[in-house]
Design a protein around this ligand. Structure first.
Ligand SMILES: [Zn+2]
Length: 181
């Protein structure tokens, strides 16, 4: 298989992130070779306080957060869990920032890399359907939004969440499925 070269465009990022970002994504890409991650970059948009997004193989992180010391993001994320601000669903209990965000976004590039595999699409459809019927199966509230977010959230949980987190059965099933594909 072709080894993908990931491009990192980290101008404008705080130095706290300069090695965490390449280290995190390189480790994930090494294990999950079917992910279609091509680039990690930063953006700024007036009034936008979201953390980031993924467009096909590109992960874009909001410099509103990532130009500042990592402690600021961690503090806001913890407050968000308590008070429900920042759009962070309270379920993200076992998953800390920014590890959760990075792994979640990587999950989207994995989905992009596997999108043409029938067995992958069937697996996600089946499992997301199960989650919709029985929301207590979900790793987080955000996993109920749609099948893409189900995949990204469940992937993040499979990498990061502790054994007591809700939804661990699905996280384990996903991890096993990805090993075999
Ligand atoms: Zn997402």
């Amino acid at each position: 298989m072709v080894v993908r070269k990931i491009r990192y465009r980290l101008g404008g990022f705080h130095r706290d992130y300069r090695s965490i970002i390449p280290d995190t994504f390189a480790a994930l890409a090494e294990t999950y070779k079917r992910a279609a991650l091509t680039e990690v970059n930063g953006y700024r948009k007036e009034g936008d306080r979201s953390l980031g997004f993924t467009d096909n193989g590109n992960i874009s992180l909001n410099l509103h957060w990532f130009s500042r010391p990592i402690g600021e993001l961690q503090k806001s994320a913890l407050e968000g869990m308590k008070h429900g601000i920042m759009g962070v669903p309270r379920w993200h209990d076992g998953m800390k920032e920014p590890a959760h965000l990075f792994t979640h976004e990587f999950g989207h590039t994995l989905e992009y890399g596997l999108r043409n595999r029938r067995e992958f699409r069937d697996f996600v459809e089946t499992k997301f359907g199960e989650t919709r019927r029985e929301p207590s199966c979900a790793v987080s509230g955000y996993a109920l939004v749609n099948d893409s977010e189900w995949l990204a959230e469940t992937f993040a949980a499979s990498q990061l969440a502790g054994p007591l987190t809700t939804g661990m059965r699905q996280a384990k099933e996903l991890a096993e499925f990805l090993e075999g594909i």
